[in-house]
Design a binder for this molecule. Structure first.
Ligand SMILES: N=c1c2ncn([C@@H]3O[C@H](COP(=O)(O)OP(=O)(O)OP(=O)(O)O)[C@@H](O)[C@H]3O)c2ncn1[C@@H]1O[C@H](COP(=O)(O)O)[C@@H](O)[C@H]1O
Length: 128
């Protein structure tokens, strides 16, 4: 159940939305006059990456205020603009879902420890 006591939609909504967003790409004939997404995609990465930054900040503020409806709404705005970015780069929500599935059950602490053992992304020791 959702916050509004409605049956919870599944991740299919992300896939359906991505299908719509693909039709808004300039190469697909997206019309900036009738579509917000087409307008954003036509303006290029600076436009939608700026929106991602703004929506992330708005989510932080909503979370600080602790109002559940606003947290949900701002998260939806952030997810939407991330999907726009994925569309631009030829990626799909399925790619992100697969990455989350790959991580399933792997503790973030264990993964971080494995990374530092490999010497990947570890902070260089500048004390010497
Ligand atoms: N899920 C969304 C969605 N979420 C948020 N938004 C838009 O994202 C914008 C959010 O920006 P802000 O809240 O900052 O509002 P704003 O100040 O008007 O935005 P800016 O002018 O500053 O960019 C608003 O215009 C929202 O309407 C969305 N626009 C579209 N969708 C989905 O995308 C589909 C395709 O939309 P179009 O491409 O517009 O037809 C729609 O059918 C929906 O399913």
């Amino acid at each position: 159940m959702t916050q509004n006591n409605l049956p919870a939609p599944t991740a299919d909504i992300l896939v359906r939305l991505a299908d719509v967003l693909e039709t808004r790409r300039p190469q697909a004939g997206g019309d900036s006059q009738s579509s917000y997404t087409a307008k954003l995609l036509a303006r290029g990465p600076d436009a939608f990456l700026k929106k991602i930054g703004e929506e992330a900040t708005e989510l932080v503020m909503a979370a600080k205020d602790g109002v559940p409806e606003r947290i949900v709404s701002e998260t939806a705005d952030l997810w939407f603009h991330c999907l726009v970015a994925l569309t631009h780069y030829g990626l799909r929500p399925e790619d992100v879902l697969a990455e989350l599935a790959r991580r399933e059950g792997l503790s973030g602490l264990a993964e971080k420890a494995a990374r530092s053992h490999e010497g990947v992304n570890s902070t260089p020791d500048r004390s010497a």
